[in-house]
Design a protein. Sequence first.
Length: 132
Amino acid sequence: MPNLLVVEDDAAIGSVLESTLRLHGYQVCWRRDGRTALQAADTGEFDLVLLDLGLPDLDGVEVCRRLRSALPAAVLVILTARQEEMDVVVGLDAGADDYLTKPIRLGELLARVRAHLRRGAPAGARPPVTVG
């Protein structure tokens, strides 16, 4: 079962994300600020991170950089209200693999999570490729 870290300070959004992801078979660790998210990353192994940039305690882009360093194999998806092109570029350059803007469509979010996890599976977990 894939292990996801959700970093979202808004209680309503975080609750919907957590319950929806759990309903679809994911283990979810929900943190409401950057510091506790980084602590969770230091102590746990996560396959995918959903990261809001508007955090109450730390700059979300800096949290993204630090999560990328702490979880080099994890898929990092920014989920934020920031929609300017420069925000997207900065987020991707900070180590994010994907960038989604709020409001989100849950069906699309779930499809992206599945796609990222499918592509991010460890080499030993992928079926062998046969030629000929």
